[in-house]
Every structure is written in C-alpha cells, then in structure tokens.
Write a new protein. Structure first.
Length: 335
C-alpha cells in the first residue's frame, strides 16, 4: 500500500474532502431536483470535467516523452470559434464541427513540429501557446462574445441526470482506456516513450504515433474549450482555459505518470484531476485569500509528489537497501 502510486493521491483526495466537510457540513449531501442530480460532489466533477478531459490527452502525450503547453490556447480558440459563429447567426452543429476541425489542424501542426521537424515539444507547443491565445483574441476582436442558445449551453451546463460535461469526459476516458489497454496501441505508445530509437528499429511507426497523440490532445482541448464557453454562454479569449495546461500536467504527474515517458496510468490521471479540482474547491470553501491561492495549491501538490517518491516510501515503510553478501561458495573457500 505504501509503495502504491495511487495511495498518496487518494489520501490527499480523502483529506481534502474531509476538510470540506469540516467547513461545510452538508458537503456530501446529494439531491435530485427536476430529474437532475445536484450537490457539492457533483459540482466538483462538473467543474473538473474540462481539466480531466485535457489531462487524458496530456497523459498520452507525456507517455511518448512529450509535453503540450498549447492546450489552454487551443481551448480558448475552440470557444472563440463556437461562440463567434453562433453570435453571427450560425447553427450549433456547424459551430461545433468548425471549432473541433480547427483544433485538429492545430494538433496536426504541433505533431508536425515535434515528429517531423524534430523540435523539442516544449518549444514547439510554446509557440502555439502564445500565438493561439492571440489568435483567439483576434477572432473575438478582444471582446467577450456572449451567446444565448439553449442547445449550445447544454454542452457545459446541461443534464442527463448527471451534468453532460461529466458524461462526455468519462466517455472519452473510458474509450481511451478501452482502446489503449485492449489493443496494442497502449504498448506502442509506451514503447515510443520508453525508447524512441529502439521502437523505431523494432518497426514501430513512432512518428505516426507521436503525431496522433498530439492531434488527440488538441481535440480534447477543443472539446474542453467548448465546455468552458458553453457553461458561461460566452467566449473570453483572454481568460478561458488560462493555466489549465498546468493543472492538466499536475493531474498527470500526481496520477503517477512519469514525465520521462514510458508507462502511464489513466486511472491515476482521473484521481489527479479530482485532486486538483477538489483542491481548488477547498481553497474557496475555507476562505483562503485569493493572493495566496496558487501558493496553497503548490504546497499541497509538492507534498503529494514528495510522498509518491520511492525514497519517501522506503523511509515510511522502514525499507533499506539489501546488503550485498558474498556467495556461500566464496565464504567456504575463504574459510
């Protein structure tokens, strides 16, 4: 248990939930109204759905020894395209398809820079992180574009007993888990991340796999951006998805996926995303001043990461490295 990757994230999640109960005694209460499920736990899942969705795509990118810093900007672009199209009199299906198509093209661009041109992922995606948000502001002309469309609002604020945003995120997570763990795709992704050159020599199309995961990450960011803008019925290019890439990376790392590539854990990513969103909710619930909110989050995340380290596990578990002893045959000879 002490050596398990998910032990300390689960402990942190349980601790944060209990802390919320201390300040809000009705925190665990759930109620059904008009066929919709409401409650603080449901709010955490709904508000964390965009982060969880982006973290799923980020998990696969990190598994290939990459990183994508542009997902926040891509989310802003998706919201800007969707809201601008609807505000100009367009229909919702076309707005969704257009926004997601542009996001896929942006993912193709990131994948091209990384897998074909060989640019470092952090540099390649940093370009789109900067230029993408500027492009979103160009689309909205620097204004907050508001829409009044019931069909569009259902994406982020609609219900099918549970909020639709939660169902979308869980469906994507389940689909990715099924595809990568029930087929050879997951093994190929891990092979590319563990050793790109060796996997290429073994016949794995590492360039195609790398390209694919960046496209998928951009697609997830696009859906998350539509959720965010739909939830508030507006596109704010300057603030939509701001720093969500950092929350997604933290969720992946807390979940036990190594930034060095190779093995990954989608279940761990789910737990990490819940920790990040519960932490955000806790900050507001216990009245932490806004000017120290980021510091409070950083302390908790660092604590969880330290507890996950193998050295900490050995210290807590009282484990020591086994001493090296000479074989019995050598002892007999020496005697």
């Amino acid at each position: 248990m002490i050596r398990g990757r998910l032990l300390w994230p689960l402990v942190a999640l349980a601790g944060l939930l209990l802390l919320n109960v201390f300040f809000t005694h009705s925190f665990f209460e759930l109620r059904i109204q008009d066929g919709h499920l409401y409650g603080s736990l449901v709010d955490i899942l709904r508000n964390g759905a965009p982060t969880m969705l982006i973290a799923v795509g980020m998990t696969l990118v990190i598994a290939t020894r990459g990183i994508d810093l542009s997902v926040g900007a891509v989310a802003a672009i998706a919201g800007a395209i969707g809201c601008t199209w609807i505000a100009d009199g367009g229909d919702v299906p076309t707005a969704l398809l257009l926004a997601l198509a542009v996001c896929v093209l942006l993912g193709l661009w990131n994948g091209f820079l990384v897998s074909v041109l060989g640019i470092q992922p952090i540099i390649a995606t940093l370009v789109l992180m900067t230029a993408g948000r500027g492009g979103a502001m160009l689309l909205t002309e620097g204004q907050i574009v508001t829409v009044d469309n019931a069909a569009y609002r259902k994406i982020g604020a609609g219900f099918l007993v549970l909020p639709i945003a939660i169902l979308i995120s869980l469906a994507v997570l389940g689909g990715v888990a099924l595809l990568t763990r029930r087929t050879a795709l997951g093994m190929l992704i891990e092979a590319v991340g563990a050793n790109p050159e060796a996997s290429k020599l073994a016949g794995v199309r590492s360039r195609t796999i790398t390209w694919t995961v960046y496209v998928f990450a951009a697609f997830c960011a696009g859906v998350a951006g539509l959720m965010i803008s739909s939830n508030v019925s507006a596109a704010d290019a300057n603030n939509a998805g701001l720093w969500i890439e950092m929350d997604a990376i933290l969720a992946v790392v807390i979940g036990g996926t190594s930034l060095a590539g190779g093995r990954y854990s989608l279940g761990g990513t789910l737990v990490g995303a819940l920790v990040i969103q519960t932490l955000t909710t806790t900050v507001y619930s216990i009245g932490v001043p806004t000017n120290v909110t980021l510091l409070f989050k950083a302390v908790v995340v660092i604590a969880v990461c330290l507890l996950q380290s193998p050295r900490t596990a050995r210290i807590i578990g009282g484990r020591r490295k086994p001493s090296v002893t000479a074989p019995r045959s050598q002892k007999v000879a020496a005697g």
